[in-house]
Design a protein around this ligand. Sequence first.
Ligand code: ADP
Ligand code: MG
Length: 328
Amino acid sequence: QNTINQIAAGEVIERPAAVVKELIENAIDAKANAITVEIKEGGISFIRITDNGGGIARDDIKVAFLRHSTSKIRSALDLLHVSSLGFRGEALSSIAAIAQVELVTKTPGELTGIRYVIEGGVEKTMEEIGCPEGTTFLIRNLFYNTPARRKFLKSATTEASYIGDIIERIAVSHPNISFKFMSNNQVKLHTSGNGNLKDIVYNIYGREIASNVVEVNGSSENVDVYGYIGKPIISRGNRNYENYYINGRYVKSGIITKAIEEAYKSYTMSHRYPFTAIHLTIPGEFIDVNVHPTKMEIRFRNNDEVYGMVYHSIKDILAGKELIPAVT
Ligand code: ADP
Ligand code: MG
């Protein structure tokens, strides 16, 4: 109970991107392999997320919107063991408290689906409706009943870019799921979901990056490394493109960042940040989840092994390549 409370403490829906992240994670947990996100006005007035996952059974709908209601796990220690992304059971209740929510969902066994409307935590409608299998969440007018929170939002353009960043990272971390992202009716991202990480990199980042990456591969007793590293995008002099994923999660780790940058620097003689899309697989018992999960900052018990694997698998591959020109 305590771990749950600790984790619950800082947990708030701060902005539209948090809604999108939570609802995508739910769709992934529901085993969807196609997820579409549509937003208008940076998600402030309109977010619609459609998945083709298992749906929510009629009798589970009301319960799903209760605080601390989860059909998943269990304890914070399991965080990086479990395959499901959600575990706190507060996303739906939090979102429903501060927005107008419409849910349309159908499980494979049912003949008809359910449409459920809840606004500001107050249930409005529950009715049968014809719909495909899977789930659609429509979130309108975020913070409509908490204007003070709404004032902290940035411009629609900025909020939309936060959402785009999150979808990019989730799409890279799930190459087997097709993601489509539309903002104000324009397609911003569309991944094939064909499972090929390089194709996904191409879908998301485009030809210039995808044709300048090299594959990184390596494994030790407890650490598997797989992914791509390449030339940074000159116009972004920051770590925006330096992303890595542990056990399918986008995370931050000082150790991994340092290993990537040192290995890259030793090759290019430059201090620029590379493009990376690197997946690490590490057993949960080596990962310290003692920190707040929404900050995505994690630590390892086998620091040297993690550092060494990342550093050497990058350095070894770059040593044989001329794909990445030194930049000054
Ligand atoms: P958590 O994900 O931590 O369990 P949430 O508040 O995010 O909590 O969701 C509550 C419950 O609603 C989930 O445990 C799941 O059973 C159900 N649910 C939410 N979204 C979906 C979805 N897209 N497809 C199927 N079930 C869902
Ligand atoms: Mg969830």
